[in-house]
Structures are given as structure tokens and as C-alpha cells.
Design a protein around this ligand. Sequence first.
Ligand code: UDP
Length: 238
Amino acid sequence: MDTIKYKRLLLKLSGEALIGDGSYGISQEMVVYAAQEIKLAYETGAQLAVVIGGGNIFRGVEASVKGIDRATADYMGMLATVINALALQNSLEKTGIPTRVQSAIEMRELAEPYIRRKAMRHLEKNRVVIFAAGTGNPYFTTDTAAALRAMEIDADIIFKATKVDGVYTKDPVKNSDAEMIEKITHADVLKQGISVMDSTAITLCMDNNLPIIVFNMKNKGAIKRALLGEKVGSFVGG
Ligand code: UDP
């Protein structure tokens, strides 16, 4: 077992991380890749929880613009996260990692209901816990769910997997002059309107001194290396 910097980690995987080359849905290849990355991290001996998004299948805000009631659309979005959670669980278990899915919306046939103390127990027993259905409430995001669950399970840090290498001054996909920021405080993220997570999630992390590492999911072994204390991506915190 390696010497790890963070004992308990909450990994936020967006639905986008599962898309692959397409523009929509689940690429099995990407799910397997995510599972392998999690396995590498798991083998360090760290305790891992995952909050998975659903944007690859359904996004509440986008659907509400097209005429579905916002709350209904958001519940549909939360169901999308459950689909992703099951896909990830399947791949993780195929790599030999014990997992549990806990859903914020009860679906007993598929997943355990979210019970904080049970989640903690699973982590202590070295099971990877996948939190599905976000916070269980419309008008929130899975970033906020990640911040909330991280606090609840007393995680040391959130690792937010993205498509880019870290936090940038502007959207690096659209602006060639965007610069990567290696370290920034939560307060500056909010003040400068830098896109890391939505403001509810950042505020929650700031108020509870929870650091965030933002990194590129395509960077192989990044989760493991960051767990071991190597500098990976951008650090948000004091
Ligand atoms: N959602 C919600 N409440 C939550 C988490 C998610 O209503 O606590 C809905 C919301 O409609 C969102 C969708 O689920 O658009 C998918 O989640 P998100 O957009 O956060 O996924 P990601 O961008 O990480 O793929």
C-alpha cells in the first residue's frame, strides 16, 4: 500500500466523462476507462466515493427550455444519473472492486437508499460507494450533490474530473488565450466568476473548508497520482 495524502476521496464524474466520441449517451469504452482509473486509485488503499452526473443523457435546464416543467425535467435528470451509476458499478465490479450504489431517490430494486451511516460503513470496509440521483432535489446539480456528500462522509477532498486540464481564466475550449490557474481560493473562484462548479457547490465547499482538485479525466493515472500527493490539475482551496 502506498502512502496516501488523502485518505477519503469524493470523485465527481460528470455524465460527459462517459460520452466518448459521440455527443450523447454512454460509451462502454469510457465507462471501462473510468472504472480502470478508479481501480488504480482504489489500490492505493484510499477510500473512494463517487458522485456521478447525468448530463450525457438528460439535463433538466435544457429540457425545461423546451417546455418540460423544470422540476419534472430535473427529476428526469436525476434518473439519468442512476443509469450512469449502474453502468459504472457494473464495470467496477468486473474489475473486482466491491461497490454499492446509494440513490437519493429510493429505488430499492436497483440500489440502496442513501443512508449516511451506511455509506460510511461501506467506505470503512473498502467498498466504493456510488451516489446516484444527485441530492434528490430539483434545482440542484450533481456538483452540489458532490459537495454535500463529501461533507457528509467527511471526505478529505473532492476530485472533479473534467475534459480540460484544470481551472482556467476563461473557457479553454473557446478561448485560445485562456490560462490555467494552478491554485486558487474558493472565494476567488466566486469573485472572479471562474467556472469550476456551480456557485452553490463552491460556496458549500468554501464554508466547510473542503478543497477541490480539478483535473483532466483523460490524463491516465491522474486520480492515483493526486492521491499520492503529486501535483495534478488545479487546486481550489486555502
Ligand atoms: N439534478 C437535480 N438535482 C440534483 C442533481 C441533478 O435536479 O441534485 C438533475 C438536473 O436536471 C441536472 C441533471 O440532474 O441537469 C444531471 O445532473 P448534472 O447536470 O449535474 O450532471 P453532469 O453535468 O455532472 O453530467
